[in-house]
Write a protein that binds this ligand. Structure first.
Ligand code: GTP
Ligand code: SPV
Ligand code: MN
Length: 586
């Protein structure tokens, strides 16, 4: 008798009509077959085998270089269950419409069946997914980004406990591109894109949109968070999860080379993008990284900003939409040297400065996690790591100070719900527009975000030792338009303050928005920063916050009666605290 997996694959094949169906085993030989297939396809190139062994450049279609949020849908039977922040289609209508695009989409192609585990092989928090795809690039990427093939088949056996995802490149026309999630069925359909989060269905589609629904049903959390361990001079490691929107610094923070290493502070990487968390027997929330690799933003990554990842990228790495030097080495803006003569840009053209950026701003590397020198010895532990702090953050030229601490869990949830950030090249659309992005989950929450806030509030009651909640902003700018804070490895100074606050130390001043470091609260030795800049970084400007209160009020109003009472309460309390400060000053 056919297993549930075989039944689903047969149905998918009946619909898409591939010439052949191949079940992937996850072997090195299979990886090399995928690469050979990609090289034959003509949009992939082998890089310099001396300096970048087993590394390849892939160029995606120029209209297919980032997630497409306007083409991403939550298909719940009730529109309200998707909420005001998601695109919605009726599940039946969606299957009819997109089924027509998938019908025969794999004719002349091979369907690769990729069973994969999200999470360490033996972790009780991990889950199995299966992606059927006609893209060898997706299969090769899944080899790096997940534990796939035989290990996943062994874990799945004849069970039906897996999340199926059907993916076809289709004709890559954005007019016929859809990324659909069926939260009730726990099913994913994606057609018309070969790029990142649109096509590697284990990542944003399963590990966030579908998993966020499962997490609420089952009492755990699926978040757009990096996971890091901060080692202190006594050798103790304190784990933190940080949620920043796409291209706002998660990978860089998780892999940082600490500016305070000589003082005994070091950062260990557990994950760089997604955290799945369950309450452990010790009362802490325990986090695993569901992924096995890093799909990181290349531009801005160099020896000065992220030497750990630079060291990791010299072998077994797939590069997408970067530029290539005449020596067949990858190149991008911010790598640390001037563009060499004879550079080929991400579109495959001879580059000169009139052509704009040589690498696409959302160019990426795909690298096995264990290649990072900063990888934590605990990163594959089945029990996950205990989380002591949550850090929210965004890209804000003004408003948000460098760091502040929430008053308590409920206030921390409100801070996350109120988050905003300037948009980046990680998704198509305008860049630099400030938008509200609660918990960095706006594009990734698979259900009504009002219920999601409710889930956060509920979790706070259930976790015996809840993480303390903080907010950071590395992107505040001065009057000259330049970043006030040096960022990158220097961010460890902020992590150190967070650690001290977790331990009940650390000098702070109370403000209406929460606790901000006292002027002498941050360890700044060895850093050149003016008192003026520091003051501005830590300042809470009430005019800015009045505008913030108004804008967030309008955002929260979208949720109507479904918005948890606690969020409204926190909003009112924040407004009152600002009023009190204003009255006292009068
Ligand atoms: P996704 O993979 O899209 O989820 O992004 P991410 O959150 O992991 O962002 P990443 O660390 O890749 O950083 C994105 C961009 O922000 C890169 O160009 C970085 O160079 C830049 N960046 C990261 N950290 C800092 C920082 O501390 N300060 C400044 N100024 N820029 C930073
Ligand atoms: C993001 O956009 O948050 C990413 C890249 O991590 S993608 O896989 O395309 O979602
Ligand atoms: Mn991300």
């Amino acid at each position: 008798m056919a297993t549930p997996l075989e039944t689903w694959v047969n149905e998918a094949a009946l619909l898409t009509k591939p010439d052949a169906v191949v079940y992937c085993d996850g072997s090195e030989a299979e990886y090399q077959r995928m690469i050979a297939e990609m090289l034959r396809g003509g949009d992939s190139y082998a890089l310099n085998e001396k300096t970048f062994p087993n590394c390849y450049l892939h160029r995606s279609s120029p209209n297919d270089v980032a997630r497409t949020e306007h083409l991403t849908y939550i298909c719940s039977s009730d529109k309200d269950d998707a909420g005001p922040t998601n695109n919605w289609m009726d599940p039946g209508a969606a299957k009819h419409k997109v089924g027509a695009l998938l019908d025969g989409a794999m004719r002349g192609r091979t369907m690769y069946v990729v069973p994969y585990i999200m999470g360490p092989v033996n972790s009780p928090i991990s889950k199995v997914g299966v992606e059927a795809t006609d893209s060898p690039y997706v299969v090769a990427s899944m080899h790096i980004m997940s534990r796939m093939g035989k290990v996943a088949m062994d874990r799945l056996g004849t069970s039906n406990d897996f999340v199926p995802g059907l993916h076809s490149l289709g004709d890559l026309d954005p007019m016929r591109r859809y990324i659909l999630h069926f939260p009730e069925e726990k099913l994913i359909w994606s057609v018309g894109s070969g790029y990142g989060g649109n096509a590697l269905l284990g990542k944003k589609c399963f590990a966030l949109r579908i998993a966020s629904v499962m997490a609420r049903e089952q009492g755990w959390m699926a978040e757009h968070m990096l996971i890091l361990g901060l080692e202190s001079p006594d050798g103790k490691v304190t784990y933190m999860g940080a949620a920043f929107p796409s291209a706002c610094g998660k990978t860089n923070l998780a892999m940082m080379v600490s500016a305070l290493e000589s003082q005994g502070y070091r950062v260990w990487t557990v994950g760089d993008d997604i955290a799945w968390m369950k309450i452990g027997d010790d009362g802490y929330l325990h986090a695993i990284n569901p992924e096995a690799g890093f799909f990181g933003v290349a531009p801005g990554t160099g020896m000065r900003t992220n030497p750990n990842v630079m060291a990791a990228l010299h072998k077994n790495t797939l590069f997408t939409n970067v530029a290539m030097t005449p020596e067949r080495e990858p190149w991008w803006e911010g790598i640390g040297d001037e563009p060499p003569a004879g550079l080929i840009n991400w579109k495959g053209e001879k580059w000169d400065s009139s052509k704009g950026a040589a690498a696409h701003p959302n160019a990426r590397y795909t690298v096995p996690a264990q290649q990072s020198p900063s990888i934590s010895p605990k990163w594959e532990g089945p029990e996950g790591v205990p989380i002591s702090a949550f850090i929210f953050g965004g890209r804000r030229a003004r408003v948000a100070p460098l760091v502040y601490e929430s008053l308590d869990w409920q206030n921390g949830v409100f801070i996350g719900a109120m988050m905003a950030s300037e948009t980046t090249a990680a998704a198509t659309g305008d860049v630099g527009i400030t938008r509200r992005d609660p918990m960095a989950m706006l594009p990734f929450c698979g259900y009504n975000m009002a219920d999601y806030f409710g889930h956060w509030l509920e979790m706070g009651k259930k976790i015996p030792k809840p993480p303390k909640i903080f907010h950071v902003n590395w992107f505040r700018k001065g009057a000259d338009g330049k970043f006030l804070w040096p960022g990158y490895g220097e961010n460890v100074r902020v992590l150190k303050w967070i650690l001290e606050r977790v331990e009940g130390r650390g000098a702070a001043q109370e403000t209406p928005i929460g606790y901000v470091p006292a002027m002498n609260g941050l360890t700044l030795d060895g850093l050149k920063i003016s008192d003026e800049a520091l003051k501005e970084l830590l300042s809470v400007n009430s005019e800015d916050w009045d505008a913030e209160l108004e804008d967030s009020k309008q955002f929260f109003a979208k949720f109507g009666e479904r918005l948890p009472r606690e969020i409204r309460e926190e909003h009112e309390k924040l407004a009152r605290r600002f009023e009190r400060v204003a009255n006292a000053a009068r």
